[in-house]
Design a protein around this ligand. Structure first.
Ligand code: HEC
Length: 174
């Protein structure tokens, strides 16, 4: 390549670079302008969505006892362990828990589909597991077991709720 061709190339190349730099700056300003124009914090429904997404997990529906838990959501968030402990100690609370509903929201994703190798609610998948006894199964559901995450990843569930769900699951396979 001759010196002259190099010069022409450099001139074009520099021109292109300058153009791209200017283009980038223009796009950046344009984006900032649009961002300011559409980012309306006064949009009521957007605000409501944001607040709903920031709710404490304790406010999420987890069965028939949810109204008690959800109503004072702030208080529950402040003392979730206490609520769980109270729920765990009373037999009425245990009977009151809707294991089937919690199963649908917290466990179905894996146990309804077999995702991650989770045993589905079919008798043959549970024969060996049942041999461990209900308490061991509940313990594995609460504290996790191999690919089974503790409480199915829903740490806002009380131990009593998890026990109720396991009892529901076992009632489906026995
Ligand atoms: C992310 C997927 C996932 C979710 C969500 C999940 N599980 Fe599991 N679960 C598994 C897998 C995988 C296994 C099998 C673990 C193994 O045997 O190695 C399992 C096993 C179990 C077992 C049998 C444990 C044993 O000792 O054989 C029980 C009981 C159980 N899960 C209960 C639950 C309950 C109750 C929930 C909802 C609160 C739940 N799981 C949510 C993946 C999941």
């Amino acid at each position: 390549m001759s010196q002259n061709e190099d010069k022409i190339f450099m001139r074009h190349f520099t021109g292109l670079m300058v153009f791209l730099v200017i283009f980038t700056v223009v796009i950046a300003f344009f984006g900032a302008y649009l961002g300011g124009k559409f980012n309306s914090n006064d949009n009521a429904s957007q605000q409501a969505n944001t607040e709903r997404n920031l709710q404490s997990p304790a406010a999420v529906y987890t069965g028939s006892e949810a109204p008690q838990l959800a109503a004072p959501a702030a208080a529950v968030a402040a003392a979730p362990a206490e609520t769980a402990a109270t729920a765990a100690t009373t037999d009425e609370a245990q009977a009151d828990i809707d294991g089937a509903a919690i199963y649908q929201t917290a466990c179905f994703a894996c146990h309804g589909t077999g995702a991650a190798g989770a045993p589905m609610l079919q008798a043959d998948a549970w024969t060996e597991r049942l041999a461990q006894g209900e308490d061991t199964l509940v313990d594995h559901a609460i504290n996790g077991f191999n690919a089974m995450p503790p409480k199915g990843g829903q740490m806002q569930l009380s131990d009593a709720q998890v026990r109720a769900v396991v009892q529901y699951m076992l009632s489906q396979v026995q």
